[in-house]
Design a protein around this ligand. Structure first.
Ligand code: IVH
Length: 680
């Protein structure tokens, strides 16, 4: 492609992709398939690589990150980022209302918004382009985190419509609850420490040095405040709605209120409904709408007098700490758990709360028998936030964290930089052994659903399994009739459980069927620390089989996309352990798959190496179907005509542009009939 055309196409693709991003992320109304989107992005990436001088400042390719910042530049805020005075009391909110009335009379509106619990950011736009994103810092200067912020898909890189030439917009970066949950599930799967709450991980994410890592975090941003000399309206509410038209993600949880009674209504409504929101909030922000009235009210040194935050009280109860138990996970990590006197909190009965690790216990100085405060805040699991010292008995003693594994007695270890203690007895500690087998059979791994935690426990306690390979040695005879005695409790008598014929057959069938599990899932099932589903897929696709993977060096491993030192170290450690190699050999003997199977079986190679663009409406295929057929015959479907395209498959009503372009480049145009003949 010549330079002039490349420049033009780069501008065109940048605009098209930005618009698709906006439709997908902000409006949640995509108009093209993911495949078509990826093809456009791929085309742009390639053009930007060939013609870097034409890459635009609003290019969507920046969304995937890649820029490394060792130290963030300090930037002075043009408009100081004040904070808000806040209150937990309705009385104080009435006092605020009285102060406002006294200063500006009764003729004004409030705007109520939710107080999003995240990290505030200031974005500067000049001529419609995002030029800078700065954290609050000390209110006067903050960190320039532009590269990281550009990875957040709902933040426009370029604005639409009639925006002011230069202005700032402030908002809150946050991680939605479901994104936070998924991120933590993934970390649990990989044996990594969990994040405490969405706010902390958001704060950590926007300060990461590698923006490609930030791009992987499910962050979002709501905008709530504009500053500038040429804003279109003289009040906050109208400007916010206008900002929505420019492409900003302005949430719809906003109300204009004529008096404090309406403000209270907003507050009470959202207190009831806050659980339904996609993100954590911690209150409501109340702002005087009109800018002139805001000016009249003015600011104190720290916060404006025209706004206030009303904060919701976290639901909190107090109850007795009866004991602490220590759980041992599959990786040997110890989690201390508080056993509480059962208590009602936010609609559920709470009996247990995580104490996370030794540091948290020490910081809280909780003691057995203490009355403790339990809260359900941002976290999904309730947590202990403090101790009611007035009720502490004199003989209470500080908790001494356990030194030995509660399950196998082995002395615990704590690696530098890690919060958790570990039991190092991988091969002899029952919950670790059972945990590994439970992981192996789990749904995303070997998916043996005829086995579960209870049955694994029975097999283990009857001495039938000590590792995952033992599962494949189980026979009908040694399974039939094995028993487990369920101990008597206060309201239930002792009970004996035993495997009957049907159960045994089910178990054996499930184990046998697992031989069909593809290699990437087998690799995940092995339970190598830090090798979760995504990493397992990456490794399986890259190395194709376990023999190659087993032999690679640390240096080679870290060259693989997304494999860092921590993962590489763990993989090396796993394969350097003789016991693991023996398990793999035994599994292989039983027919478990240790290499990738070619999934897209080719029907023919009639289109091998051919690049084909399809345009217009086809008689026999939908868009997705024709793409699949092209691939099945070895071809590559593309979405735009270039010198490298081999054929243009023209359907009905084909657009004139593609046709003329193809003809100009001398690309053969074929009909649907021709295509069918080609593939036979
Ligand atoms: S307005 C000058 N609106 O609360 C006033 N702030 O304690 C500018 N926050 O630093 C702030 N939701 O991080 C405003 N709807 C909202 C907000 C909000 C959350 C945060 C923001 C600010 C802090 C003030």
């Amino acid at each position: 492609m010549d330079k002039r055309k490349a420049k033009h196409r780069i501008r065109e693709l940048t605009d098209i992709i930005n618009e698709h991003n906006y439709r997908y992320y902000v409006l949640s109304k995509p108009v093209i398939s993911d495949y078509d989107f990826d093809m456009l992005l791929e085309e742009l990436e390639k053009l930007e690589k060939d013609f870097p001088e034409f890459a635009l400042p609003d290019s969507p390719t920046q969304r995937v990150g890649g820029e490394i910042t060792k130290e963030f530049k300090q930037v002075q805020h043009k408009y100081p980022m004040l904070s808000l005075s806040n209150t937990y009391s309705e009385e104080e909110l009435n006092e605020f209302d009285n102060r406002v009335k006294k200063a500006i009379g009764n003729d004004f509106d409030y705007v109520c918004e939710l107080k999003y619990d995240g990290v505030s950011i200031s974005l500067t736009y000049i001529n419609g382009l995002l030029v800078r994103a700065v954290t609050r810092g000390n209110g006067f200067q903050g960190d320039d985190v532009t590269a990281n912020i550009k990875t957040i898909k709902t933040i426009p890189l370029k604005l639409k419509g009639d925006y002011p030439q230069e202005f700032e917009i402030r908002g809150e970066i946050f991680m939605p609850k479901d994104g936070f949950k998924k991120l933590n599930e993934l970390r649990a799967e990989n044996g990594e420490d969990l994040f405490a709450n969405p706010r902390n991980v958001t704060a950590g994410s926007i300060k990461m040095q590698d923006s490609a890592e930030v791009a992987k975090r499910p962050l979002d941003c709501y905008l709530y405040f504009l500053s500038g000399d040429n804003l279109p309206f003289g009040n906050h509410y109208k400007n916010l709605l206008k900002a929505k038209e420019w492409g900003f993600n302005v949430p719809r949880y906003i109300a204009k209120c004529r008096n404090i009674e309406e403000v209270f209504e907003f507050i009470h409504n959202w207190e009831k409904e806050r659980d339904q929101l996609p993100l954590e909030i911690d209150g409501v922000v109340i702002k005087v709408n009109d800018y002139e009235q805001q000016l009249e009210l003015g600011n104190t040194a720290k916060s404006p007098r025209w706004a206030i935050a009303y904060k919701y009280k976290a639901e909190r109860v107090s109850t007795r700490l009866n004991s602490i138990s220590y759980q041992v996970g599959r990786t040997g990590a110890i989690t201390p758990v508080a056993n509480l006197e059962p208590v009602q909190l936010a609609g559920t009965t709470v009996k247990r709360a995580s104490l996370h690790n030794a540091d948290i216990i020490e910081a809280l100085d909780v003691r057995i028998g203490d009355m403790v405060y339990v809260e359900k805040g941002g976290e999904i699991i309730p947590k202990i936030v403090g101790v009611d010292l007035s009720q502490r008995t004199e003989k209470s003693e500080r908790i001494i964290y356990i030194k030995n594994c509660p399950e196998c007695g082995t002395p615990l270890v704590r690696k530098e930089g890690e919060a958790n203690h570990y039991c190092p007895n991988e091969d002899g500690c029952p919950p670790q052994i059972k945990g590994r087998i439970e992981h192996f059979i789990s749904r995303n791994a070997m998916n043996i659903d005829s086995l579960g935690e209870g049955k694994i426990e029975m097999l283990y306690s009857n001495g039938l399994i000590k590792d995952v390979a033992d599962l494949y040695d189980l026979t009908y005879d040694n399974l039939l009739g094995i028993e487990k005695v369920i101990e008597a409790t206060q309201d239930k008598k002792e009970k004996k459980l035993s495997f009957k014929e049907k159960t045994v057959n089910n178990i054996l069938k499930g184990i046998q069927d697992s031989g069909e599990t593809p290699f990437d899932k087998v690799l995940y099932a092995l339970g190598i620390r830090y090798v979760g589903q995504t990493v397992a897929k990456k490794l399986a696709n890259h190395y194709k089989n376990i023999d190659t993977l087993q032999k690679v060096s640390f240096e080679e491993l870290i060259l693989v996309d997304e494999i860092g030192e921590k993962i590489a170290e763990s993989v090396m450690k796993y394969f350097n352990n003789e016991k693991n190699i023996r398990i793999i050999d035994r599994l292989r003997e039983k027919g478990i798959q240790f290499e990738m199977k070619e999934i897209h079986e080719l029907k023919s190679s009639k289109l091998e190496g051919k690049t084909i663009i399809v345009s217009g409406k086809l008689e026999n295929f939908t868009r997705e179907e024709i793409k699949k057929v092209i691939q099945e015959h070895g071809g590559k479907p593309v979405s735009s005509v270039s010198g490298k395209t081999d054929f243009l498959l023209a359907g009905e009503n084909i657009g004139p542009n593609k046709l003329t372009k193809a003809k100009k480049l001398g690309i053969p145009v074929i009909s649907e009939e021709d295509f069918l003949i080609m593939i036979g």
